[in-house]
Ligand binder design. Structure first.
Ligand code: F6R
Length: 606
């Protein structure tokens, strides 16, 4: 969950470039930050605890000289956030520096061995052992590349590593296993990062590293080696599909707000995913005996909503499961007749990747939906679809959620056609409705923005909020709740409204806020009953319903008008005001919605 960035320039000072890159990577971790450069053969390090700007104010990263360096944003896994535990971490001589994203599983064992051999381990991190293992190898006379190739064979776990050595001041070694790592091949120098957004303004060419690969970059060339047999691998760069302007805030105060308002565009791109790929995924899903939909957090919620779409449009039963539970709950049932559709915005969520590898072992069909073209999930999947939502920098998923929902809907249509559950006319009618989604989303964002601000003002001081929905909008309730609790830190619960009287209703007191998602669909009548049950116990009723629903308006204390829409499209539209409410609540509480505490954009550890 940390992020790393490395750069070596033909000419000029590297520290300002590293700092800009770190800021772009801040979504991945922000409890400490650090940078190391080599200046005139000396290793110089600056690091500290806090967000990059806070650390920078104290250490002034740009005071580091030198044309080569590595940098790191930390999201602590081993060792609390402290200066000592912040990366870069060094060996005993202070000549080797390492930054790392991942988890080194056998670090305790390695640490014990290194201490016995006379090394002094200063931090409580799992990473520092790598610097000392490389030190051992250079002491034996190996050059940096050879030393790293030998050292890494001792390491178990996941890693994206960047390593520099002051005695070989023109080289950076990069090593990858199970954590994302990309080389950036530029005219003025070469780069490497956990995410190409760090160097997208410096080059439009990149090379994704694969597991068990080690690369070395200098200002003038790059080389890639297989860790297993130490042979060189030849690989050409590919073009990066991100434009620099896509990663700026575009005048919005936060990425999250920008990304919420980008949804009409990201939905438009989702509609235009290639039919060829939709068809290719629809094919095994239509044929398989069992279909699972798997994701974590928000991506799981899209699977939950998706399961209603597959059932209603294509008569296909799909089982939505959270990735971290999948292997224990269903692992034993997998066989070649099973299909898994994995959904992961980043394509790097460790729990999801683990399911992919496991299912491959069982010869099941692994397919995925992701927003990151060259992410690990694409390499583990037999087929994958790219959402094309553009980079999502805010930690809380917004535009990628609605684009996932739309892709489920498109897939459901293809499957419906294949299984002859819908005819050509119905298929075309659905497509007409789907094409109107970006405009409808734009309308909803504009028309509910003010109301969302008022709702946030009303909700900000509550200590608990309920979200209730029925049918497909159970997923909307779950997702609205997740947004509120993760960025505004208000404990919130979500249930299918039918469940409310099976327990949750015990918590309703005078003025307990309950948000109902109540479009005009087949559950509209029953949800009214659920609203009345809560109202009669004093609950404060906040409803999202259609603008002509007088009955609902009358029983609600606060009402957000929504346009009429097809039932299966409502989750895409109804989540929009809930995202805005969570955003404005966080801002009113003085919180930074782009960087919720303890969270990282992609969770690359189990
Ligand atoms: C919540 C959020 C997370 C992610 C989850 C999975 O706003 O962003 O719950 O949805 O960590 O991430 P991906 O989709 O990258 O696998």
């Amino acid at each position: 969950m940390c992020r790393i960035f490395a750069a070596c320039l033909k000419d000029g000072k590297v520290s300002p470039i590293l700092k800009t890159g770190l800021k772009r990577l801040e979504y991945g971790g922000y409890d400490s930050a650090g940078m190391a450069t080599i200046d005139n053969g000396n290793l110089e390090i600056k690091k500290g605890v806090g967000k990059i700007d806070e650390v920078d104010r104290i250490v002034n990263f740009e005071s580091l000289n030198g044309n080569i360096g590595i940098a790191h944003n930390r999201w602590a896994t081993h060792g609390y956030p402290s200066i000592t535990n912040a990366h870069p971490l060094t060996d005993c001589t202070g000549e080797i520096a390492v930054v790392h994203n991942g988890v080194i599983e056998n670090f305790l064992e390695l640490k014990e061995e290194l201490i016995k051999n006379g090394h002094e381990i200063k931090s409580r991190t799992d990473t520092e052992v790598v610097a000392h293992l490389v030190e051992e190898e250079v002491k034996k006379g190996n050059d940096l590349v050879k030393a790293c190739l030998k050292a890494i064979k001792r390491v178990e776990g996941s890693y994206a590593l960047a390593i520099i050595y002051s005695k070989e001041p023109d080289k950076i070694v990069l090593i990858r296993k199970e954590s994302p790592l990309y080389l950036g091949i530029g005219k003025d120098g070469n780069f490497a990062s956990s995410d190409p957004v760090a160097f997208v303004d410096k080059t439009n060419l990149m090379i994704p590293l694969e597991d068990y690969e080690l690369a070395v970059i200098t200002p003038y060339y790059y080389k890639i080696y297989s860790i297993k047999d130490e042979k060189e691998i030849l690989r050409n760069p590919v073009e990066i599909d991100i434009k620099p302007q896509m990663i700026e805030k575009g005048g919005y105060p936060h990425y999250m707000l920008k990304e919420i308002f980008e949804q009409p565009i990201s939905l438009y791109y989702a509609i235009n995913v290639q039919r060829l790929y939709l068809n290719a995924i629809a094919e095994p899903m239509s044929r398989s005996k069992v279909n699972f939909l798997i994701g974590a957090g928000t991506s799981y919620h899209s699977c939950l909503a998706g399961s209603y779409m597959y059932s209603k449009i294509s008569g296909l039963a799909t089982i939505p499961v959270v990735a971290s539970e999948f292997i224990q709950q269903y692992g034993n049932t997998l066989d070649p007749d099973t299909s898994l559709l994995l959904v992961s915005q980043s394509g790097e969520t460790a729990d999801v990747l683990k399911v992919a590898s496991y299912a491959r072992m069982k010869a099941s069909t692994v397919m995925s939906i992701t927003n990151v073209v060259s992410s690990t999930i694409t390499r583990l999947s037999r087929l994958y679809l790219v959402q094309q939502a553009g980079p999502e920098i805010g930690v809380a998923a917004t535009k990628t959620y609605t684009s996932q929902l739309l892709i489920h809907l498109l897939l459901a249509l293809e499957i419906g056609k294949k299984r002859e559950k819908i005819n050509e006319n119905e298929y075309n009618e659905y497509y007409t409705k789907i094409r109107s989604i970006p405009k409808a989303a734009e309308f909803v964002l504009k028309s509910t923005d003010q109301k969302a601000k008022q709702a946030a003002e009303m909700l900000k001081d509550y200590t608990h909020i309920f979200y209730l929905g029925r049918g497909i909008n159970t997923a909307t309730a779950f997702e609205g709740r997740l947004k509120m609790l993760e960025i505004a830190y208000i404990p919130s619960s979500a249930f299918s409204a039918g469940e409310s009287k099976h327990g949750p209703i015990a918590l309703i007191e005078k003025n307990t806020p309950v948000i109902f998602i109540a479009p005009k669909d087949e559950s509209r009548k029953v949800i009214l009953g659920n609203i009345m049950e809560i109202k009669s116990r004093g609950g404060k009723i906040i409803t999202l319903g259609t603008n002509d629903d007088r009955e609902l308006k009358e029983v609600s204390d606060f009402y957000i008008d929504m346009p009429e829409a097809d039932e299966l499209i409502t989750p895409i539209l109804y989540i929009l005001p809930l995202q805005l409410i969570a955003y404005y609540t966080a801002v009113l509480k003085g919180l930074d919605p782009d960087k919720p505490r303890n969270l990282a954009k992609s969770v690359t550890v189990e």
